[in-house]
Design a protein around this ligand. Structure first.
Ligand SMILES: CC(C)(COP(=O)(O)OP(=O)(O)OC[C@H]1O[C@@H](n2cnc3c(N)ncnc32)[C@H](O)[C@@H]1OP(=O)(O)O)[C@@H](O)C(=O)NCCC(=O)NCCS
Length: 217
């Protein structure tokens, strides 16, 4: 998603922070920790704010997305907001923590497009030192598995500015299907940009996983 649903001036309800390493079948009570060889995904913590600011405020990261908060305090409010939205069952935000790190260097966000999360939209941003390292593709696979298996999503959409070569390349590589062009749909720096609409369906995802599995064995 190009637009973070969070707006910096939103009121954030005082919701107790969830335990960082909750393993729960109910993601609304706290996100599970998802781990691969190179990356761990977990709930955001307030202590991620300085690292997220350093990683996500960079020009090359924000070029084609809605600008994230521009202060540590702004990111702390955003993090509290993600917990409240998750508890309300409307939105999920995973922190991206590469192997050997203990703070977030990026985010995967998923929001429901209808009550009950049948259709959802996701977006992602990762600090540029980690581009091309596999952190995105491994993290993305875990997020897609999670939303199809645990959240009940059946269609996962993404919108990426047509000029965003890496964003579109990353989606194509995952197996997302490009469905169309949303003409002049995204306002960035005073200019309306075209976006490409991508989707992944749960049945396609399961089928392609079966093929990968067949190749591996
Ligand atoms: C989008 C993002 C998370 C992807 O992570 P990443 O580590 O850069 O992604 P990857 O390197 O795994 O995949 C990108 C692919 O696009 C390809 N690519 C790069 N520039 C491209 C271009 N101009 N045209 C087409 N493909 C391009 C890369 O070669 C790579 O494919 P490869 O692995 O087969 O070589 C990261 O680039 C990012 O945070 N960008 C800024 C925020 C953003 O734009 N978010 C997306 C909103 S939809």
């Amino acid at each position: 998603m190009e637009k973070m649903p969070y707006q910096p001036d939103m009121e954030v309800a005082a919701v107790p922070l969830s335990q960082a390493d909750v393993t729960s079948s109910d993601w609304r009570a706290g996100l599970p920790v998802l781990a691969s060889e190179t990356v761990t995904l977990r709930e955001l913590r307030l202590s991620d704010a300085p690292s997220l600011l350093a990683m996500l405020a960079a020009d090359e990261v924000v070029r084609f997305i809605s600008p994230p908060p521009d202060t540590v305090e702004g990111f702390e409010r955003f993090i509290a907001w993600t917990h409240a939205q998750r508890a309300a069952g409307q939105y999920i935000c995973f922190a991206v923590v590469p192997k050997g790190y203990d703070v977030a260097v990026g985010l995967f966000q998923v929001r429901q497009l209808e009550p009950g999360f049948g259709t959802a939209e996701w977006g992602f941003a990762i600090g540029s030192p980690f581009w091309g390292t596999g952190v995105f593709s491994e993290g993305a696979r875990m997020v897609v598995d999670f939303v199809f298996e645990e959240v009940g999503v059946h269609r996962l959409e993404a919108r990426a500015a047509a000029r965003n070569g890496r964003g579109n390349g990353a989606l194509r590589k995952l197996g997302a299907v490009q469905e169309g062009v949303l003409r002049r749909s995204f306002l960035r720096n005073g200019e309306y940009l075209d976006q490409l609409l991508w989707s992944i369906l749960d049945e396609d995802w399961r089928q392609s996983k079966a093929v990968w599995g067949a190749k591996v064995h």
